[in-house]
Structures are given as structure tokens and as C-alpha cells.
Design a protein around this ligand. Sequence first.
Ligand code: PLP
Length: 407
Amino acid sequence: MIRINENFLKLQSSYLFVEIANRVSAYQKVHPDTEIIRLGIGDVTLPLPPACVRAFKKGVEEMASASTFRGYGPEQGYGFLREKIASNDYRSLGADIDPDEIFISDGAKCDTGNIQELFATDIRLAIPDPVYPVYLDTNVMAGRTGNFSNGRYNNINYMDSIPQNNFIPSLPETPVDLIYLCFPNNPTGATISRDLLKKWVDFARYQKSLILYDAAYEAFIRDPDLPRSIYEIEGAREVAIEFRSFSKTAGFTGTRCAYTVVPKTCIAYDGKGQRHKLHGLWNRRQSTKFNGVSYPVQRAAEAVYSDEGKTQVIETANYYLKNAALIREEITSLGFELVGGENSPYIWVNCKRDAWGFFDLLLEKAGVVTTPGPGFGRCGEGFIRISAFNSYKNVERAMARIKDALN
Ligand code: PLP
């Protein structure tokens, strides 16, 4: 008899987005003529930068001719892209990362999910609340958690990100083995200073634990005092794996290209306390289960690092940051407290009431869709996330409608 992995039964259904879709469609039935403005999901709206489109097309052309055709590529990604990433995204920051420590993939979502295959089932996890749900659900699937009760899975060290700690989790008070951090954060938009990040790195070194650092929104950092990479912090090469993505950096959400950095000095231990290099394990995992990202896509990603590409991706992120600044200004002027929207495309608003109630109010009175905070964890109660991924014109219209609705 074929049996299932019963850990899947512990998973909570993705209630949030189904529920949002239901409420939006119910609203639309009653108000068929109102154009809904979506500031809910975290998907980009601007097209690929022209430099990427050109390189993408050229890559496809090469596939069309026998002399330039490419079959299976290296599972870890082509050298041309890994080298550009190492020099532009790391060495330029003074972070000592080699091209062969960079693994190209088809998404930070897959990588943040897949990486936990490298670790024992009975490790102690520290996961922020609120959180990008992938970190949590993939560990549930792997059997690292207990059942769900009272809004949380048993056997997880939840790290509250709340106004009292400026939405940056405090160091756990009990020992933990695997720590998830994400800055600039989804969903809160909070950022972390170098000093605070250093505390985490020191903590991980002291504890012999590992940090999984998700920097998918790094491209939105404008403040030079904020770290763009965890490897800017001394000692991080021994205790941190970093995830990055071209999704938000260059509009690749539908094109798919990302990368994970596993330094060769990054160590984990077996049951006897023997040291093992995670680089070798991840390389083994990827070459066994993954056949690489398509050649034209990697060429398109490489174009992000051309002079033209660099200018274009900065312009794209600036466009969304301008939207974010407008949202911050308008929502603050209505008397709400918020975080994010500076160095981040997300704004986390304290709605001073039930999050779903506020979501409904904005939908019904303003025709604007946001994301209720509880979908990201128990600490999201009383908050909504507003995303800056839309046109400036739509953001202006959405803010005007919200003002009317609340005044
Ligand atoms: N990490 C975070 C924090 C995200 O918010 C997202 C996407 O929304 C991802 C990773 C996924 O990125 P990708 O499109 O590369 O899979």
C-alpha cells in the first residue's frame, strides 16, 4: 500500500490567498464597474530591462544554430554569470565570495525550500513571525515540526518581529541550530543594521548554528549604511548561506533566475560532532536533483551586470521605491504607524484593528486590495502589508481612494 508523507497533513491550507481571492470576487460581483487596484501580491509589474531582453533574444538565437547550440549546462550555473555575480554583488562590497561558491538556480523560493534537505530532522529551528511562509512550510513537510495549534506549529522557536523590537527579531534565549533571517524583510519591509546583523553572526558562531539569509529584496537598499549582504559581516562565511534572486531585482518573476551562495568555509556537523562543508553537500544535492537554468535566461541575467543593465535595474527599483514613498507618506498622513517602504517595496501598516476587518474596509470602500498580516503569522494580527508593485498612477489613485474612504 502506497502511503503518504503524513507531515503534509499538518500543513495549513493556503487560506490567505484563497480567502483574498474569494473576497475580491464577491466584491466584484456586487461592483462590476469598479476597477480594483491590487497592492496585495508581491509580483512585479514593469517589464524586463531592455538590456536583459536583448541578451535573452541573443541567447535564443544561439540555441537556433548548430554551431552555437548548448545542451545541458553546468548544474551550478554558467561561469560567465557566476563570475559577474561574484565581482559585482560581492567583491564590490569587500565580501570575499568566489564564483564557485555561487549556485545559479530557478528561484530563491525553491532554494530556500530545498536547502533544508541538508540538515538533520531533529534540529532546532528559529523562524521569524511574521514570515515568508516557504521557510515554515518546507520544514513542516520535512517533519521538523509538531502539529499546528493556536496559530503556530509546535517545536519551532518563533522569533516575534513586533513594534517593540522594531520588527527585527531578538536573539533566541534558548539554543537553536538553524536560523532564518530575511532583510529587507517580506512582509514587514524592515531592514537590519550592520551592528545588529553582526550580533546574529556572532551568536551563530558561538552556538555552532547556521543562518539562512534571504536577501531577495537587496536591490531596494539605498541607504549606504545598511548591509546588502551578510558576507559584509566579519565571520559570516563560516555560518551563513545567502539567497538572492533576479525576480525583484530585474523583473524575473516569470523568467526565473536566482542564486544561492554557499561559502566553502561554511560548516555543519554530524552526530559525532565531525565538521562537514555545506558547499560539498549542496553541490551534491544540486547536481543530483537539478539540471540548471536555461542558457538564454542565464544570458539575460548576466546582462543585469552590463553598464546599461545596471542603470536599468536601478531605475526599475527606484520606480517602485517612489511608489513606496508615496504610500508611506499618504498612509502616515492618515494617522497610521508603519514600517518599511524605505529600502524595501513593502509597507507594513499597523491598522489599529482586526487585520481582516481593515482589509475588507479598504476593499469595500476603496476598491484596493492589500494583504492581511495574519497570513504571515500570528504576529501579523493587526497589520496589513501594502506592496509598491504597481504603476505610480495606480498607487496615486489607490491612495486617493483610501483617503476618501477613511476621512
Ligand atoms: N524570498 C522572499 C523573501 C520572497 O518574498 C520571495 C518572493 O516573493 C522569494 C524568496 C522568491 O523568489 P523567487 O522568485 O526567486 O523564487
